[in-house]
Design a protein around this ligand. Structure first.
Ligand SMILES: C[S@@+](CC[C@H](N)C(=O)[O-])C[C@H]1O[C@@H](n2cnc3c(N)ncnc32)[C@H](O)[C@@H]1O
Length: 647
């Protein structure tokens, strides 16, 4: 047994290693260990054995090659981007947050590729719905310039956090080479990482228009699988008819592509729901008999051919006898009759139909369809007007989506405390929709917004109103929505028996690691700089880092969501942070003692992490700590053991 504690990994999830591990669990026999030319033990995989294990699917590789033949310049680099881990961190920003200590909603400022990587450990398989509205590649938008070998440095330079070497951060214009592939290379790794975050019954909605719809569909078929394609929705986004004679067909609509993570699981769990009733559907509900349960419409009781049911005789109020096949049995019919839920057609001489009350229908909603009109789901103008009325100024942000549209997606795919993610958040319409939906159906959905601090130009309305970046607009919008909802509620809860809803959000900002040993070095670092850098690592914490910065970095890298509530407690006279109800105990004190170690071991957390420097070179204490936890873990199942790590 070793006497040295495990060192904490400073990176995001290693996607390739994680996949190998999963494969190994299913097919342990296809992995073999061999010795390479340098005498090192290396692991390899026997593809022939894997084919044999797959039995009748031995030609799967050929089939895949034919089916997913999509290739484009730069795709290999994009794949490498997925596999490159991130060493970055998310720094908490209390001043810009609302209800920082209690909220589980997040607004993350940064490049979404790096952020999606950082969320892999903590949100893997947890998100119920993703909505994104990426740049459509119209020829005058900024497409984020991922740089395979230095993604974080590119971001820090973009965000003005370091002086750079003058990289080009300009719009993607149609006359540039690789106009489409640049966009696909930007989307592909992000979609891939986003899919990992979806729950098995999770769904993604992606807004797009004619420019890239066909490319997006193909990329999504590859990332999500053709079998998980759910719909291509058309949304009429403008109500006025454009009078542009230069176009044969004027554009009033755009699309939303919908994929599920596993269509079969989504259907089996039925975790999709109806949308609000349309006006025309509502007008079908009347109350001719003044039923005190309110307006009603009817459904047939006579079973359609081939739809099952049971045969028996029914007598109408006028004495006519029908011997037919009905949807339910006679006992159910008699119960409905006694409850005044049967409507006899033809003035009591025709088939019976069953009353469906408007209130029940509204709760259930109507099944969503793939054609959305501007009057029911809002238009671009509505989106701009909503933002304008919140900010008291028009033109703060171009073409925000209308809240009704995103709310409809939220209603289709989520309920309760489901998590909604939008990693092209813009002005934050998705957060607005989540808060609004919760208000209306007493849900407590959580949101995660990710947005670049894309600068607002000095002549823009946003800049004039004091918003320097689009991320600033998004944060300010959510603050204003929260204020508005609270004011409307006026201290009361929206429903009887309602529990308070999460009306807050935590702001986190992408930045380089607080731990110097985890900061990534540019690939062209010279040996001299490396030596200098290594000397710096002796005192390995960034002197500018606040304790809360360290806390959040360790939390995220240990695989806990940054939305987790953190409690500070004193153990053996030292401050220890308790995360996830004591699952993780974290000590950032610069000295630890044997008493503290015993107290932590007594608390039996799943993980204990402290600073390596806190042992002050006392190797004996370090070794004793390892032994203390090892002794405690003896005889316990792995999931009940305490993992001890240092950083
Ligand atoms: C079309 S807008 C989204 C609008 C949003 N749906 C709304 O209703 O306000 C796309 C946003 O994605 C942001 N964006 C582009 N590339 C990004 C990246 N790499 N990381 C994070 N955000 C990005 C842009 O700054 C822009 O604000």
């Amino acid at each position: 047994m070793t006497n040295t504690p495990e060192k904490m990994s400073g990176t995001s999830l290693d996607i390739a290693a994680d996949k190998r591990e999963r494969l190994k669990q299913i097919f342990p026999t296809v992995f073999t260990e061999t010795v390479d030319a340098t005498g090192k033990l290396v692991e390899s995989m026997d593809f022939e054995k894997l084919k044999a294990e797959l039995g009748t699917f031995t030609d799967l590789f050929e089939i895949r090659r034919e089916r997913y033949g999509m290739d484009w310049p730069g795709k290999k680099e994009a794949l490498k981007l997925i596999q490159t881990v991130s060493t970055a961190t998310l720094k908490p920003c209390r001043e810009e947050s609302v209800n920082f200590d209690t909220t589980e909603n997040l607004f993350i400022e940064g490049d979404n590729l790096e952020v999606l990587k950082l969320l892999q450990k903590s949100y893997y398989g947890k998100v119920k719905m993703i909505y994104i509205d990426p740049p459509y590649n119209t020829g005058n938008e900024f497409i984020y310039p991922d740089n395979f070998s230095e993604t974080l440095e590119t971001y820090l330079e973009y965000a003005g956090l370091v002086d750079g070497d003058g990289k080009k951060f300009s719009t993607n214009t149609a006359n540039e080479g690789r106009f489409h592939t640049k966009w696909m290379n930007m989307m592909y790794p992000r979609l891939y990482l986003a899919r990992n975050l979806l729950r098995d019954d999770g769904v993604i909605f992606i807004s797009i228009d004619d420019n890239e719809v066909s490319n997006l569909k193909k990329v999504c078929d590859e990332v999500f699988g053709e079998e998980n394609f759910e719909a291509l929705i058309s949304w009429r986004r403008r109500h006025n008819q454009p009078n542009d004679g230069t176009k044969m067909i004027a554009k009033v609509a755009e699309q939303i592509i919908v994929y599920s993570k596993h269509s079969a699981i989504l259907k089996e769990l039925k975790s999709y729901y109806g949308i609000p009733l349309s006006e025309s559907r509502r007008s079908d509900y009347r109350n001719p008999d003044h039923d005190k349960r309110g307006p009603w419409a009817t459904n047939p009781w006579k079973a359609a051919v081939g739809r099952g049911g049971s045969a028996y005789k029914l007598t109408t109020p006028t004495g006519k006898v029908f011997n037919e096949t009905w949807y339910g049995n006679i006992e159910t019919f008699n119960l409905l009759l006694a409850d005044n839920r049967v409507h006899w057609t033809d003035g009591g001489n025709g088939f019976p139909r069953i009353k469906i009350f408007l209130q029940e229908a509204e709760e259930k909603g109507q099944p969503a369809i793939n054609f959305l009109t501007h009057d029911e789901f809002g238009s671009n103008q509505d989106g701009s007007a909503e933002l304008g009325s919140l900010f008291g100024v028009e033109g703060i942000f171009d073409n925000p989506k209308p809240v009704k549209l995103i709310s409809a997606f939220g209603k289709i795919a989520t309920k309760g405390t489901d998590i909604i993610l939008d990693f092209f958040a813009g002005s934050g319409t998705t957060a607005h929709a989540a808060l609004d939906l919760n208000k209306h159906d007493n849900g407590n959905r959580k949101f995660i917004m990710v947005q670049l601090p894309e600068p607002c130009t000095e002549d823009s309305e946003a800049f004039k109103a004091g918003h320097k970046t689009i991320a600033d607009i998004g944060k300010e919008r959510i603050r204003r929505v929260i204020k508005k909802l609270e004011a409307e509620q006026n201290g009361k809860l929206p429903f009887d028996n309602a529990s308070p809803q999460d009306r807050g959000f935590k702001v986190l900002k992408l930045d380089k690691s607080n731990f110097k040993q985890w900061q990534s070095l540019p690939p062209d670092t010279t040996p001299e700089t490396l030596v200098k850098q290594l000397k710096l690592f002796i005192d390995h914490i960034d002197p500018k880092a606040r304790p809360e910065d360290l806390l959040y970095e360790i939390l995220i890298k240990a695989g806990f969501p940054p939305s987790e509530q953190i409690e500070s407690q004193t153990l053996a006279g030292k401050t220890v942070y308790s995360i996830a109800g004591g699952g993780l105990l974290l000590c950032l004190e610069d000295k630890v003692s044997a008493e503290l170690i015993n107290a932590v071991a007594e608390a039996e957390p799943m993980q204990f992490i402290c600073l390596d420097a806190a042992f002050g070179g006392n190797d004996q204490l370090k070794a004793n700590t390892v032994q203390t936890f090892a002794a405690r873990n003896m005889g316990k199942e792995k999931h009940n053991q305490t993992v001890f790590k240092t950083v």
